[in-house]
Design a protein around this ligand. Structure first.
Ligand SMILES: *Cc1c(COP(=O)(O)O)cnc(C)c1O
Length: 394
């Protein structure tokens, strides 16, 4: 008799980039029961489930306060509003990030000032910040990209010297840490997203803000609810950005599994590293690097391929049913909507290179060893034959 396990190993012929069913499936009954109880109470916005989630996230991030909101994008907008960003102000952020990091700045009439990245971590390069500071600079938004914290000590030092706010975009990095401190607990405010693809993903949109400053916490809560206090009396002009009770309840249930899921992601990353070496790929494929200063939570496992070969490799992986994704193909300084900023491409060399070379492989927690082996087998087959062709051509 063929053992079912062996049979399964041999039949692996596809690897999804993401598979939400594997994480959500085992929790479905508990989630359905909780949603049903919320329907019975009729309390759909705010309430005990939101408060519980805020407490859990504050504990996870080791901050005094956590404030729910409607999305990670709103969290960034609210954070900038809370520290008083106004038209004409400048805010420094990376160009190699998701759009929301810079759109929040633009939306307030302020100017995004893009800083190049460190080629090893993909995070903004602190030593590039000082030359970008002007008398209009008000804040820095370090983005903890792919699950790894920025080099925060020099960033905080530059901020202190220049009296700037630091708003952490920790949308991809809940649970990550830097020199013993958690993402979202280092700057003035931390911004989190619960979009389904994040490490703590809900059943739709959701977001959270973290801070240790009671005045900022109070202001964030006020701004997220139309600046209204008490009801129908508006102190300031805020926005409507609330966390739904159903979303908070789902996230509260999933939150209890977060540390296990993060450990599984980390184990998957370790496994990929090992497989790359075993396949002799180390000289052709650059595996992502984990800084010794912190704990990486692996929202993405992003490899670098030789410039010019990435898109072909991705296509060939897709032909073999191996999911992959490019985060991010077009850096923000190259987006049509930011043409008006006239960014000098010579200042964005590492950002532009990364955009041409990066490829994210599947790394969701429940990914199996066999799937990883199949994915790297395929990658090796593609990259090694491509390499041979390139050598023959030259
Ligand atoms: C996902 C993400 C956001 C936006 O979060 P949403 O919840 O989708 O609005 C912002 N910044 C980064 C770096 C992200 O990855």
């Amino acid at each position: 008799m063929i053992s079912p396990e062996k049979n399964q190993t041999e039949s692996i012929q596809s690897v999804p980039l993401l598979d939400f069913h594997r994480g959500n499936g085992p929790l479905k009954a508990e989630i359905m029961e909780t949603i049903s109880s919320i329907i019975d109470t009729g309390r759909f916005v705010g309430g005990p489930f939101c408060q519980q989630l805020e407490e859990m996230v504050a504990e996870e991030c080791q901050t005094e306060f956590a404030i729910g909101c409607a999305s990670g994008s709103d969290a960034l907008l609210l954070a900038l509003m809370a520290v008083g960003i106004e038209p004409g102000d400048e805010v420094i952020c990376p160009s190699f990030t998701f759009f929301a990091t810079a759109s929040a700045i633009h939306r307030l009439g302020a100017k995004p000032v893009f800083v190049d990245i460190d080629p090893v971590t993909f995070n903004l390069a602190p030593d590039r910040i000082p030359s970008l500071i002007t008398d209009r600079t008000k804040a820095i938004i370090p983005v903890h990209l792919f699950g790894q914290c920025c080099d925060m000590d020099p960033i905080m030092e530059i901020a202190r010297e220049n009296n700037l706010h630091v708003i952490e975009d920790a949308a991809q990095s809940i649970g990550a840490s830097y020199r013993g401190k958690r993402a979202g607990g280092i700057g003035s405010i931390g911004c989190f997203s619960f979009y389904p693809t994040k490490n703590l993903g809900g059943f739709g949109d959701g977001g959270m803000l973290t801070t240790n400053d009671p005045e900022l916490a109070d202001r964030l809560r006020l701004l997220a609810n139309h600046g209204m206090r008490p009801r129908y009396f508006h102190q300031v002009v805020g926005i409507n950005s609330r966390l739904d009770s159903i979303q908070a309840a789902v996230l509260g249930i999933k939150m209890r599994h977060l540390s296990r899921w993060l450990a599984m992601r980390s184990e998957n990353a370790r496994q990929y590293d090992k497989l790359m070496v075993e396949h002799g790929l180390s000289s052709l494929v650059k595996a992502p690097c984990q800084s010794k200063d912190g704990v990486h939570v692996w929202n993405q496992y992003t490899i670098r391929l030789p410039a010019g070969s990435r898109d072909q490799v991705r296509e060939s992986l897709a032909e073999r049913n191996v999911g992959s994704e490019i985060y991010y193909p077009v850096p923000l300084h190259q987006q049509a909507c930011f043409d008006y900023l006239n960014v000098n491409p010579e200042t964005m060399v590492q950002t532009d290179l990364a955009a041409e070379e990066v490829l994210a492989l599947p790394i969701f927690p429940e990914l199996t060893r066999e799937e990883q082996r199949y994915a790297v087998d395929c990658l090796a087959e593609i990259v090694l034959s491509e390499h041979t062709q390139m050598r023959m051509a030259s």
